[in-house]
Design a binder for this molecule. Structure first.
Ligand SMILES: Nc1ncnc2c1ncn2[C@@H]1O[C@H](COP(=O)(O)OP(=O)(O)OP(=O)(O)O)[C@@H](O)[C@H]1O
Ligand SMILES: N[C@@H](CCO)C(=O)O
Length: 357
């Protein structure tokens, strides 16, 4: 008889963009989504839908944002997508997934990216799909979260540059099918039982950049959410050429500036400026421009640079010392707009791991 098996999937949160690297740069950080998974394959059938029981603790617990229905919950839906692409209709009977999630939802710390990466890994492990390499798992992630920066950082870890390969017209058609067809229909929708479209091969790629060990990340996290979809809607379809040139000049500096020891504060501050997303997101995040412009390494000892984390509203300050003073100053700026925040000191993290227990 098969022995029960258990394992833990651990996926870091992430900060995307880091100023000029819109949809390109990602940084995995030391706050982790964990899935504690127990599978008892000796059970012929399960009383739970799709053979899966979900329990949850952490951010969003008990709210509508986090469903315990395996066909609705983002993590298990993504796992089902991977399983169904490999002709497995459900989880092994009997699967228990306990989710521990300290990553705040909709704040720009890559909660959905971590959920997608953990879900893809869950599908691989539950399905015994050992042939799936990290690069192939990245393809599956990119069918669900279409910008590669958060999922690239959460999967591979560290400070990464991510890029998508040009697709053939046939593959473009395959990746542009509605998400409802990529993922099994949530409860209430129609699950036709059809096999979903598998991702094209090699959609996304990444490169790891060095990170100077002295640099830490201070995340200042406002108490309100900005859904990423909404934060993308406020961006223009076209940009003035000087703004694009401005970002290109800085993105060429950023990976070099953040890899050098000792860090050069003036260079990093300059390299973290952006004109492609932060100015537009000011409308959703009161005080954003002022916060980003209010502090420099000259006025704030230890500070290297300030940017919006991902789609916001979290602010990321990179620094080598005086972390609390830096956080308090940004919290005070938010307070002027009646916004309450907390803050965390984070460090670059390794990518997703699976540990047998
Ligand atoms: N652990 C989780 N379990 C289930 N669903 C999750 C989990 N984490 C995130 N989600 C889903 O993702 C949504 C948040 O995604 P969204 O892309 O808006 O923000 P984010 O990923 O936190 O921010 P950003 O992409 O800017 O870093 C939540 O409302 C929830 O539906
Ligand atoms: N690059 C994406 C990250 C979202 O987390 C954006 O800024 O919209």
């Amino acid at each position: 008889m098969a022995q029960p098996e258990s394992f833990i999937i651990k996926t870091p949160c992430s900060s995307a963009n880091i100023g000029p690297g819109f949809d390109v740069i990602g940084l995995a950080l030391s706050m982790y989504l964990e899935l504690h998974v127990a599978i008892d394959r000796s059970q012929a059938r399960s009383e739970h839908p799709l053979n899966c029981r979900i329990t949850y603790e952490g951010e969003g617990e008990g709210t509508d944002e986090i469903s315990l229905d395996p066909q609705v919950n983002l993590i298990t839906r993504v796992a089902l997508y991977v399983l169904r692409c490999h002709d497995q209709r459900s989880f092994p009977a009997e699967t228990h997934v306990h989710i521990k999630n300290p990553i705040p939802l909709g704040r720009g710390l890559g909660s959905s990216g971590a959920a997608v990466v953990a879900g893809v890994m869950l599908g691989k492990e539950c399905g015994g799909l050992h042939h799936l390499t990290p690069e192939r798992l990245f393809d599956f992630c990119l069918m669900i979260e279409r910008h590669p920066d958060n999922v690239g950082a959460a999967l591979f870890g560290g400070f990464v540059g991510t890029y998508l390969k040009p697709l053939t017209p046939e593959d473009v058609a395959r990746v542009e099918i509605p998400l409802s067809e990529v993922l099994p229909a949530p409860a209430g929708g129609v699950d036709t039982g059809a096999k979903p479209p598998a991702p094209p091969h090699g959609i996304g790629h990444h490169i790891k950049f060095p990170w100077a060990p002295a640099i830490k990340a201070v995340a200042i996290i406002p108490e309100f959410e900005v859904p990423t979809a909404k934060a993308r809607e406020v961006l223009p379809a076209q940009y003035p050429r000087p703004d694009v040139t401005f970002n290109l000049q800085r993105i060429a500096l950023l990976p070099v500036a953040l890899g050098q020891s000792p860090p050069d504060p003036e260079l990093i501050y300059l390299a973290m400026q952006d004109k492609l997303h932060q100015p537009y997101r000011q409308t959703l995040i009161p005080g954003l421009t002022e916060i980003v412009e209010s502090m420099t390494p000259g006025t704030q000892p230890g500070l290297l640079g300030v940017c919006l984390s991902g789609a916001g509203p979290t602010i990321l300050a990179l620094a080598t010392s005086n972390f609390e003073a830096i956080a308090e100053r940004i919290i005070a700026k938010f307070r002027e707009n009646k916004i309450v925040c907390n803050w965390k000191l984070l460090e670059p993290a390794e990518g997703t791991t699976v540990t047998r227990v």
